[in-house]
Design a protein around this ligand. Structure first.
Ligand code: 3HC
Length: 308
């Protein structure tokens, strides 16, 4: 099929809102865009296991420990779905991991902040997974079939993650003064980095143009950020938490909240490797990846020995 034919059948499917499937012909730029986004999404899921994993031995009850263990296992599973989705586009797992370890590939800014108290585990579940849900619900309609289907499955588990985080924050706000202060401190530290998760403003987003043309994105960074803010402010007020933004104000005309300016200098600093935990996260991932080499080798040897 020549390039023109490739592009027209691809465009026909997009125009009919049909999913593009792995065996379909697709422009190289579309494939590369998806590999970039999906592999970084997968990296985020796996690196995101670290801040929460640090609290498994310190969970305040057996129930809390069970819930946290289940959540972290879910995140690992989300990473595997997404690595497998990216592999359908022709990149190997090894290549993706090498891109992560060499800094060629990113992962979400949010996982470069430390989880300092148990309230952080609540804030991560409620705010980080809450933001992820807003983004991922929109991605359920993305044009690449395997990615859209992975999102449907992931979103079901994310809603449990968000609810358990909100339950932790709710219980702490019903607790002692010290617990309330701990919850507010976590709110203060996680609110703005959670807004940054949605990416730069639309006007500063180099990929959004193509992402919309190819129906990879259905809603813009700013639209999804706004949706998250409008939903979360009410949840915070219900349990007595204060949003750390003195410019936050309901805008009757726009029917949404106006908010203060995001610190994009901090975003760039963290995304470029200079956040509080970037080095720790990567050192740990490289260490554990190397320690797990024998598992991968054994699984590959078993598969080879049992290949029909
Ligand atoms: N952290 C790190 N880098 C970010 C970022 C963030 N929060 N937001 C944007 N960027 C990067 C982009 O990757 C791109 O850099 P690149 O060219 O090196 O890839 C650059 O900033 C410009 O951003 P754009 O908005 O132009 O890029 P996109 O069109 O790709 O939009 C996105 C960014 C909205 C994050 C989009 O990639 C996306 O929707 N990704 C899928 C969702 C995802 O990755 N979520 C991460 C969190 S997963 C999670 O929270 C798991 C939960 O279970 C806890």
């Amino acid at each position: 099929m020549n390039t023109t034919e490739t592009k027209s059948s691809f465009q026909d499917k997009l125009d009919q809102d049909l999913c593009i499937e792995p065996k379909d012909t697709m422009p190289d730029e579309y494939r590369k865009h998806l590999i970039r986004q999906i592999s970084q999404h997968a990296h985020s899921e796996v690196i995101g296991m670290q801040p929460e994993g640090n609290w498994i031995t310190r969970a305040p009850s057996l129930r809390a420990k069970q819930i946290l263990l289940a959540k972290i296992q879910d995140e690992g599973g989300h990473g595997l779905y997404l690595y497998s989705t990216a592999e359908t586009l022709g990149i190997s797992r090894e290549e993706m991991i090498e891109q992560l370890h060499t800094g060629k590939a990113k992962y979400s800014n949010i996982f470069n902040y430390p989880a300092l108290t148990w309230a952080d585990i609540g804030a991560i579940g409620w705010l980080v997974d809450g933001a992820a849900i807003v983004n991922q619900v929109s991605l359920q309609k993305t044009s690449y079939g395997p990615y859209a289907r992975a999102m449907v499955r992931i979103c079901k588990e994310e809603s449990f993650h968000q609810r358990q985080g909100y339950e932790i924050m709710t219980n702490m706000m019903k607790g002692t003064k010290e617990q309330q202060e701990m919850a507010q401190d976590a709110m203060n530290r996680w609110w703005w980095p959670s807004l940054m998760m949605f990416g730069p403003h639309d006007s500063d987003s180099p990929h959004s143009g193509n992402a919309f043309v190819w129906k990879i994105k259905r809603k813009s960074n700013d639209e999804l950020r706004q949706r998250f803010i409008d939903k979360t402010v009410q949840q915070a007020e219900t349990i007595g938490l204060t949003i750390p933004d003195s410019d936050l104000k309901w805008n009757e005309t726009k029917n949404c909240y106006d908010h203060g300016e995001i610190n994009w200098e901090e975003f760039r600093r963290v995304v470029n490797g200079n956040g509080p935990c970037n080095k720790q996260r990567m050192t740990h991932h490289i260490k554990v990846h190397n320690e797990g080499a024998w598992v991968r080798e054994a699984a590959a040897a078993y598969a080879k020995a049992n290949a029909k």
